[in-house]
Design a protein around this ligand. Sequence first.
Ligand code: IMP
Length: 433
Amino acid sequence: MSSTAVIGLQWGDEGKGKIIDSLTATADMVVRYAGGNNAGHTVYVGDDKYVLHLIPGGILHDKKVNLIGRGLVVNLAALHEEIDGLVARGVPVLERLRIDGRAHLIFPYHCKLDGMVEKWRGSGRIGTTGRGIGPAYADKVARTGIRLIDVLDAEYFKERLNAALAEKDAVMREVYGVEPDSHDDLYETTIEQAAALRDIIVDGGKLIREAYAAGKKVLFEGAQGAMLDLDAGTYPYVTSSWTGIAGIAGGTGFPANKVDRALAVTKAYCTRVGEGPFPSELHGKVGEDLRAAGGEFGATTGRPRRCGWFDAVQARYACEFNGLDGVFITKLDILSGFDEIQVCVAYKLADGTEVTEYPAEGSKLEGVVPIFESLPGWSEDLTAATSLADLPENCINYVRFMQKQMCVPVVSLSVGPGRSQSFECEISEVVNA
Ligand code: IMP
């Protein structure tokens, strides 16, 4: 096996950062393929906490190539800030980082538009991170976007930027009725920011294909989660990229049929930030207890996350369309102390029918009533567990239940944020529920 992908199974924030960090030990290259600095991947090294937004999770390891793939939208100011922050902490970022010249850029006008569009959506707002992600991807698809490689040709960049600014300024004035920000130094600043990266700009697809052909191990790092996928997720309450396994080929230039192992990370319960359907959401005290116990506040925006029980309908759907080989469960320790733990196993629709398949219709999803199955909880602290044998029986049964519901083997459990607080596991049982 020389290529492995790890994606989020739910709505993001599943703890992918930690899993990627641990898998990096056996990889040669770590590649991001979608999203931008809307992501926030937290990694602990000892007591030191690192939050990565654009830079792949292998950056904290020596001798690994970390690639920002062509499918990302990159805010150069944010990228430099992230690089500088890591360099100040002693991480030799420029030795380890590469960026695909085909990646599109996020400009300040994208961030401004993100806010404007949200305001106009009113009660239908998505609750975006405000990082300009949607408007930058929209420009890419509309073919008015600007790629990193385009900035290296100053004359060409000037033409593209002037055309984009003329259009964006008109939209600001005519549609939103606001005076556009000054763009005085945008051209020069962007050229400087891109020039500082010149030595690490590459053809990412070629880099990965050659590494793979040479027997190197490539790790693809998903951002956000399966349910935020532009096509498969809870549209329109999604992000603007392909967050699942399907995003890898387009977002990197690595052929789809060469992804050897597809893995996903799920929390032992569910969270979601921003608006949109969340069938197993808990509104009362149990939800608040989960948020407090799990420290469920956004790594990028600091927003409190909505919390709920594990949703097997959603998880199974995400396992299926991503063709997964295995699942990591994170934050299992957070469930210690709950007398009973519930799992959403079906949805009751407004007309009274029960379904176990994830509905595509937003209108159906908004009104579903979750059907829960209740399992006995456990009180033991799990944070020092190093194998299945250290877990209480009720906890093992809970994991077994999750596995049965997902129809995909659970391959590892995480019981705390530290690098040592996870272990491989194999729960033998016919996987088909
Ligand atoms: P956008 O990606 O900023 O456009 O936001 C679209 C939706 O995706 C919003 O509901 C965000 O809260 C959500 N989202 C974007 N990135 C992340 C992430 O990394 N974790 C969790 N939710 C995210």
